[in-house]
Design a protein around this ligand. Structure first.
Ligand SMILES: *Cc1c(COP(=O)(O)O)cnc(C)c1O
Length: 397
């Protein structure tokens, strides 16, 4: 069994293979899948002890289970966070991270370009409970400074943003939060846990949809909330235990095993994405490429400051708008059209007509999601095969 103190001395790859492992009495090498909802006790006294304050051991699946605990411990080690709560989806993570700490009268600030379901929670759900919000344009830090006031309890940002890959300076927003006493929540899905470390930049809470690169093979949904031991134990965990969003046994086991290969996969995703972004920029049919690893990215300086790679996703626009985009996507032979990303398979999306459709034409235009914008999630296939596929589809062969 892993000793916590030892695991903290390990480097990332070792943490992701061995961190949090709990072995049963059978001595299995690979972590076992425990499919049980409840537990038995040797005596009434043992049951009483487990239910007493500070009692150790599992009691019921909605509270915790061995696969969940292993996953949470490993994810915390990955992020360099004190603790983690793993839940059923990325959206469950976003919702629980906010609802566990907000109350009527609180104020929330978020960036304007965020995943549409996050925007739904902030603009449609929270106001019903008397929680107000302000949406801020990403780059104007005076706007952030004036939006974040002492009434602001949480600030929620996503960088790189989905799907425009616009960046926000995490340290600059963290400073505004500290000054106002607000907590900064960073949705770190688009960078992957390897390319960017929000806690080191001053964030209080980090959110993942493990559905994306952490699973990485398109099999399960999942989410994680990472932060201080006090926040997880006293706010996030009681909320999750009593409202029921914790990740299931099977999904927790699967994600746990996925973490073992995460650094290898992400290095490959990001390496191929960098090559494809550079190649796309040189194609005559392409009007614009937005990729944090390219010098042409509008916030390249921010990318250099807070990311250690350009990440696994590329946004680009073709000359000819939606018509050209659809024709190009329909000609692809290897790359699949999908609304998802973060898969071993390279996936392509037209956000304005799918993932971000619900925002409406006017909002889409205001936040820079044009009719010609295409999002590419670079997978694990051979780089030359992908470039060949993109090339034939661009040329219309
Ligand atoms: C996918 C995604 C989510 C939601 O995650 P689910 O697992 O689909 O619930 C939240 N934020 C970002 C940035 C995402 O890409």
């Amino acid at each position: 069994m892993t000793d916590d103190a030892d695991a903290k001395d390990w480097n990332l790859a070792t943490r992701l293979v061995r961190g949090g492992t709990l072995r049963s009495g059978f001595g299995e090498t690979s972590e076992a899948l425990f499919l049980n909802s409840a537990y038995v006790y040797a005596s009434a006294e043992e049951a009483e002890a487990r239910f007493s304050a500070g009692g150790k051991g599992f009691k019921y699946g909605r509270y915790s289970h061995p696969n969940l605990q292993m996953l949470q411990d490993r994810l915390a080690l990955m992020e360099g966070a004190e603790a983690c709560a793993a839940v059923a989806s990325g959206m469950a993570a976003v919702f629980a991270a906010m609802m566990c700490q907000l109350k009527a009268g609180d104020h929330v600030v978020a960036n304007r370009v965020i995943f549409s379901s996050c925007q739904y929670i902030i603009t449609q759900v929270l106001p019903r409970f008397g929680i107000t919000y302000t949406l801020v344009g990403g780059q104007d830090y005076d706007e952030w400074r004036s939006a974040i006031t002492p009434a602001t309890r949480c600030v929620f940002i996503e960088t790189p943003a989905n799907p425009t890959l616009e960046l926000i300076d995490i340290a600059a927003v963290a400073e505004c939060c500290k000054a106002a006493g607000a907590r900064l929540i960073v949705d770190n899905v688009f960078s992957t846990p390897l390319a960017q470390h929000p806690l080191e930049l001053g964030a209080d809470i980090v959110i993942y949809s493990t559905t994306k690169h952490i699973d990485g093979q398109g099999r399960t949904l999942g989410g994680a909330i990472l932060g201080s031991r006090a926040f997880i134990d006293e706010e996030a965990m009681p909320f999750c235990r009593h409202t029921g969003p914790h990740m299931s046994h099977f999904n927790a086991w699967l994600i746990l095993k996925s973490l073992e290969t995460l650094p290898l996969r992400v290095a490959r995703h990001c390496g191929t994405a960098a090559a494809i972004a550079q190649w796309l920029e040189a194609q005559p049919q392409v009007a614009r490429v937005t990729y944090p690893g390219l010098r042409s990215h509008p916030q390249y300086a921010v990318a250099r400051k807070q990311m250690n790679s350009g990440g696994p996703l590329i946004a680009f626009e073709l000359k000819g708008g939606k018509k050209a985009a659809f024709a190009f996507m329909n000609r692809l032979k290897i790359i699949d059209i999908s609304n998802n990303f973060g898969d071993a398979k390279t996936l392509i999306t037209h956000p304005a007509s799918t993932t971000h459709h619900s925002l409406g034409r006017e909002t889409l235009q205001r936040i820079g999601i044009g009719e010609g914008l295409i999002r590419l999630s670079v997978g694990l296939e051979d780089e030359a095969d992908l470039i060949k596929d993109l090339g034939q589809a661009l040329r219309g062969e």
